[in-house]
Design a protein around this ligand. Structure first.
Ligand SMILES: Nc1ncnc2c1ncn2[C@@H]1O[C@H](COP(=O)(O)OP(=O)(O)OP(=O)(O)O)[C@@H](O)[C@H]1O
Length: 308
């Protein structure tokens, strides 16, 4: 994967009227990546994606696509981008194939492209059924097919798995992987669920209250997860233990009458804690090291960002 960024924003800010929504967002989406743009509802994901597509204008900051300024070369740059921003607008009474053909003809694209795209999104068999008979997952794939018609280098997808059942999510994930690996597409997709991103994204950006709170390789997020290991201690009275051992347990969180959680430091810390608890006459029923889930790491990153 190259280090060239196909999407780059520099200190992007945006307000709806007096309401400030984005603050200094500097995104970098590497060429060839699947970039998961994550954040809770209302964090500013759709607003950012709309700015990237020139559907909104930012009063401050710049957007560069393929290394060029979007404000100056909007039309030329957007011909290289496929987008799925809301529910795709589809003609329900027409077949999937006919829906693609309408757009293909309008755009003057080569004959046969609709069939290629249907194969790509796994809809060849259903190609001639009316879209009103399609499942939500099939509709989303057809919407993605519409975005893929002109063979764009970059795909920008806003919550493409929203509302899909587990099978629909798996199909979409596999389709995105294939588009990246076999077709060389760069894909920027948003989601509010880390579980939908973690198995597909190579890179992650996390936004909270309009601010980017993390950006990097998926592996870097996983490293943070490892760095945040917690020690779980079970005893009789968590409060008594904390009072007896302020140096060792002062930072511990009481999570139940007899349970404490504190940041894990080392094996020696575990041995020393066990020794001190026993020396203080406190029973030690259980001590173990817990790794937070990626979900908890994500929540920790987003919950600790103050509201502006
Ligand atoms: N047209 C609008 N006018 C005023 N405020 C808006 C408008 N669109 C969005 N907002 C507000 O901007 C903030 C960011 O919204 P945005 O849709 O970008 O968030 P999001 O991260 O995509 O969330 P979701 O996952 O719920 O779509 C929210 O507080 C939302 O209420």
């Amino acid at each position: 994967m190259s280090s060239i960024s196909l999407v780059e924003t520099n200190q992007l800010s945006f307000s709806y009227g007096a309401r400030s929504i984005l603050h200094d967002v500097s995104l970098a989406v590497p060429k060839g990546s699947i970039y998961g743009f994550l954040g809770p509802n209302g964090a500013g994901k759709s607003t950012t994606l709309r700015l990237l597509l020139g559907l909104l204008q930012a009063p401050a900051g710049t957007v560069r696509l393929f290394g060029h300024d979007l404000a100056r070369h909007r039309v030329a740059l957007l011909t290289r981008v496929g987008a799925l921003i809301e529910n795709p607008s589809l003609y329900d009474h027409l077949s999937g194939h006919a829906n693609l053909e309408v757009t293909r003809t309008l755009r003057g694209l080569a004959r046969g492209r609709s069939e290629e795209v249907l194969a790509l999104v796994g809809l060849t068999e259903a190609a001639h059924r009316p879209v009103r008979e399609y499942s939500l997952g099939m509709r989303q794939r057809l919407g993605l097919g519409l975005a893929l018609l002109p063979d764009p280098d970059l795909l920008i997808l806003d919550e493409p798995t929203n509302g899909l059942d587990p099978n629909g999510i798996i199909d979409m994930r596999e389709l995105l992987r294939r588009l990246q690996r076999e077709q060389g597409k760069t894909i920027l997709l948003s989601s509010h669920l880390i579980s939908e991103i973690e198995r597909v994204a190579t890179h992650v950006g996390i936004i909270q209250h309009g601010r980017l709170v993390f950006q990097g390789h998926m592996a870097e997020l996983q490293n943070r997860q490892r760095d945040n290991q917690q020690l779980l201690i079970e005893t009789d009275s968590a409060d008594t233990c904390r009072n007896l051992l302020p140096a060792a347990l002062g930072r511990a969180r009481v999570t139940g009458a007899g349970t404490l959680l504190l940041p894990y430091e080392s094996r020696e810390q575990v041995a020393e804690l066990a020794r001190q608890l026993v020396a203080a006459g406190q029973p030690l029923y259980h001590i173990s090291c817990q790794q937070p889930t990626l979900e908890e790491t994500f929540l920790q990153l987003t919950e600790t960002t103050p509201t502006p």
